[in-house]
Write a protein that binds this ligand. Structure first.
Ligand SMILES: *[C@@H]1O[C@H](CO)[C@@H](O)[C@H](O)[C@H]1NC(C)=O
Ligand SMILES: *[C@@H]1O[C@H](CO)[C@@H](O)[C@H](O)[C@H]1NC(C)=O
Ligand SMILES: *[C@@H]1O[C@H](CO)[C@@H](O)[C@H](O)[C@H]1NC(C)=O
Ligand SMILES: *[C@@H]1O[C@H](CO)[C@@H](O)[C@H](O)[C@H]1NC(C)=O
Ligand SMILES: *[C@@H]1O[C@H](CO)[C@@H](O)[C@H](O)[C@H]1NC(C)=O
Length: 428
């Protein structure tokens, strides 16, 4: 600073002097900000009264638990407090709605707060009720409540305490023993026993397999008979006491979307087209009562996808159409040539349809429409007929007027008539 002031007296101000001045100013501004902010935070710390806390409402989920087992109630609004639990300035307290008393922290009472969550080990029916979690720091405080219902484990309480899980008929799937994360944290020797309607599923069971070290129960080839209550039991030890943690699952089974074997009903094996013209070949698939959803339909050229072989250029796949006629479902995907070129006559096109039940394809080739076509072949004939028709009209007219020279005209016409007797008959 000193050297700068000396330099500053000179007529030309050096860059180092400007930098020094800038740094000095920034330092003063920084000190001012720090001072002001410390003054604004300090009074606020004192203005948050203990009871004045914002209530954020009740958590949507009610915890249903089995009597005699450990329960962990998560603090519902904790996730809104970013990294709050890690901050030493954040405090989490719990109380039960019907008592103003804070829940004493301490494992001896069987009630304690750990990482913000309330542990009740074990929970009894009297512990049912509304619990309020309060989170506060120096300047802010909020509360949310969560409801706990503890039941005796009876048949009647099963629908209340069970978690619904869904598997699909005739497939293999897994049940997950839910809401164990609080208990399985830092645990490597997790052991879960599975029961189907209170009957232990043993290790040798082929259909039901508990996956070691996980919370999963595999069920092979799910059938309607598997609809039942399942329970998973995990052992939890605390203060030389062993507790069971039971979760009950009600398995529901969904039928698969109906699938039929699709039938390709169009195109034909060969398609006639003239070179240089636009051509659309629809591939139409009949599904009957089957679903559109799982049916894939696409075109290939020389065993390659249309998009990759033609680069979305001359030959493209059109938009997929899904429709129903007389309650039967159809899908259609057109193949569009714009235009047809000679190369297409040597290319193997195929329409492919696939769903989980079948895979089918139909080959089609584009053939050049020959210059010999029926229209062209029949053109001279129609000309002849036109001439004959004209003559006949003429004759008829002459016949009505009764003029004699009409007979010569009739003779000429008759000769023509004889030349194409069979064709005339066809037309008649
Ligand atoms: C606490 O309980 C009372 C009555 O039992 C009820 O009116 C009140 O809404 C409850 N408070 C919460 C936060 O659930
Ligand atoms: C207290 O928490 C609120 C809300 O999470 C936050 O906006 C505020 O910065 C925190 N105050 C202090 C001093 O940590
Ligand atoms: C699945 O179970 C059904 C009867 O529940 C049986 O008919 C079918 O063969 C089984 N499938 C397999 C792959 O085991
Ligand atoms: C835990 O469950 C097992 C059966 O899985 C049972 O034998 C045992 O008595 C239960 N323990 C407690 C403390 O309820
Ligand atoms: C497909 O293969 C045939 C010969 O195998 C070839 O003549 C034709 O050009 C190929 N088509 C395309 C689009 O590559």
């Amino acid at each position: 600073m000193q050297s700068c002031r000396l330099q500053g007296t000179r007529p030309e101000i050096s860059t180092s002097c400007v930098l020094w001045k800038l740094l000095g100013t920034m330092f003063i501004v920084y000190l001012l900000i720090m001072g002001v902010s410390s003054f604004t935070i300090q009074p606020e710390e004192r203005t948050v009264p203990a009871g004045n806390c914002q209530f954020r409402g009740k958590h949507f989920k009610t915890k249903f638990e089995v009597e005699g087992e450990p329960v962990v109630l998560p603090c519902p609004q904790m996730r809104y407090w970013l990294r709050a639990s890690a901050s030493p300035h954040v405090s989490v307290t719990w109380r039960k709605n019907d008592s103003a008393r804070m829940i004493p922290a301490g494992e001896d009472t069987g009630l304690w707060v750990q990482d913000g969550a309330l542990w009740i080990v074990p929970a009894w029916r009297e512990d049912s009720g509304t619990y309020i979690c309060t989170v506060r720091n120096a300047s802010y405080c909020d509360e949310m409540s969560i409801e706990l219902k503890v039941f005796e484990k009876t048949e009647a309480s099963l629908p209340l305490i069970s978690y619904p899980q869904i598997l699909t008929l005739s497939t293999s799937g897994a049940l997950v023993c839910p809401e164990l994360s609080e208990f399985t944290r830092n645990k490597t020797d997790m052991k879960i026993q599975w029961y189907k309607d209170s009957v232990l599923l043993d290790q040798d069971n082929k259909k039901f397999q508990s996956v070691k070290g996980t919370t999963l129960l595999l069920i092979h080839n799910v059938s309607m008979e598997d609809v039942d209550y399942y329970s998973c039991v995990m052992m939890f030890a605390h203060k030389s006491m062993r507790y069971n943690i039971t979760r009950t699952i009600k398995l529901r089974i969904n039928k698969r979307e109906e699938e039929t074997v699709p039938v390709i009903i169009s195109p034909h094996k060969t398609i006639l087209a003239s070179l240089g013209s636009r051509l659309t070949i629809p591939c139409k698939v009949f599904l009957g009562a089957g679903t559109h959803l799982t049916t894939l339909l696409w075109w290939m050229a020389n065993n390659t996808n249309i998009e990759s072989i033609y680069n979305q250029d001359r030959v493209t796949e059109g938009q997929r159409l899904e429709y129903s006629e007389n309650n039967e479902n159809y899908i259609e995907v057109p193949l569009i040539f714009d235009p047809v070129i000679r190369e297409d006559l040597n290319t193997d096109f195929k329409c492919v349809v696939r769903n989980t039940r079948s895979f089918q394809m139909l080959h089609t080739t584009v053939k050049e429409a020959t210059t010999f076509s029926w229209e062209i072949a029949l053109a001279p004939l129609s000309l002849v007929l036109l001439v004959f028709g004209g003559i006949w009209m003429h004759r008829w007219y002459k016949h009505r007027t009764g003029k004699a020279y009409g007979l010569t005209a009739l003779k000429t016409g008759h000769q023509e008539f004889d030349a194409y007797p069979s064709k005339i008959k066809e037309i008649k």
